[in-house]
Design a protein. Structure first.
Length: 68
């Protein structure tokens, strides 16, 4: 019987958290680059340069990038 109360308590607390916790999250980051806008745009617009600033690509040492 104690096991049933524990399970019901866990389910109830999960449901209560689902009601209380906010539904939307916002994460913002900001960085200041001391270069002219045109230089930054020319660098970022090339798809091949994404591998130098993409966090996912930098984390995977076995990534294979192909362009066509």
């Amino acid at each position: 019987m104690k096991v049933l109360y524990i399970i019901l308590g866990l389910i109830g607390s999960i449901l209560l958290l689902g009601v209380i916790v906010p539904k939307k999250f916002t994460i913002e980051t900001q960085i200041t680059i001391s270069k002219p806008r045109q230089d930054i745009f020319e660098y970022v617009k090339l798809i091949k340069n994404q591998e130098y600033y993409s966090v996912r690509v930098m984390r995977d040492p076995n990534v294979q990038m192909t362009y066509s």
